[in-house]
Design a protein around this ligand. Structure first.
Ligand code: AP5
Length: 218
């Protein structure tokens, strides 16, 4: 699809709302940098870096990683050449201090253009997370029921092996949803007040959500 967007966009929503699924598709369709703090942290953990070592305990417990670690990681990422003008931030900001740090870091001519809230009832999120499978090679996201691969355990796109994320276990999901309600949900009011918040009903088929997102991000 030939779409050009110059958006600087935050995808906001609870764990399992579909941010990563849609961010990958929109970034590819519209040539935007996809900046996922969850993916970056998992990369640091598997590379065995100092940041990964510090983040791992929080992630394993379903808790948010401390703001100072995340903010410096994102600051460095959005100053890289591919992220100079147009990007999707997926999973950041997640706290008020992160949102304020982002505002401080963006200049007037690179301010946020959209904050899109993925609205999904909490009753749906649990099933989305417990059934999620991720490709260990290309990162594609699948679901045992909603979006199953053709061959069990194998990515349709690259043939890589599919794995369950270690934080998609029921007790960790409960903690992540609690962290979301307490620390992240207040960002809805923060961005509504700035007149940046747009809400999408993300409890519909992924293709429908995708088409509407492209329109919202014009
Ligand atoms: P992160 O990786 O960001 O996880 P998350 O926010 O919990 O979000 P998820 O990746 O779980 O969900 P998603 O909305 O992307 O859903 P997806 O598209 O995969 O963070 C992980 C951890 O890292 C955190 O707990 C924290 O420790 C740390 N961290 C990260 N960022 C941080 C920050 N800024 N500050 C502090 N700590 C941070 O979809 C889920 C499933 O649903 C998939 O199986 C998919 O196939 C399916 N699905 C998607 N859309 C639909 C649909 N429309 N209909 C049916 N099924 C669907």
């Amino acid at each position: 699809m030939a779409t050009t967007l110059t958006a600087r966009c935050v995808f906001l929503g609870a764990p399992g709302a579909g941010k990563g699924t849609q961010a990958k598709k929109v970034a590819e369709a519209a040539a935007l940098a996809h900046i996922s703090t969850g993916d970056m942290l998992r990369g640091q953990v598997s590379a065995g870096t100092e940041l990964g070592r510090q983040a791992k305990g929080y992630m394993d417990a379903g808790k948010l990683v401390p703001d100072d670690l995340i903010i410096s990681m994102v600051k460095a990422r959005i100053s890289e050449p591919d992220a100079k003008s147009a990007w999707i931030l997926d999973g950041f900001p997640r706290t008020l201090p992160q949102a304020e740090a982002l505002d401080r870091n963006l200049s007037a001519n690179s301010a946020l253009s959209h904050v899109i809230y993925f609205a999904v009832p909490e009753s749906v999120l649990f099933g989305r997370l417990t059934g999620r499978l991720t490709c260990s090679k290309c990162g594609a996201i699948w679901h045992l029921q909603n979006n199953p691969p053709k061959a069990a355990g194998v990515c349709d796109l690259c043939g890589g092996g599919l794995v369950q994320r270690s934080d998609d276990l029921p007790e960790k999901i409960t903690k992540r949803l609690e962290e979301y309600r307490t620390l992240t949900a207040p960002l809805l009011a923060y961005y509504r007040e700035k007149n940046l918040l747009r809400e999408i009903d993300a409890n519909r088929a992924p293709t429908v959500v995708f088409q509407e997102l492209l329109k919202l991000m014009q």
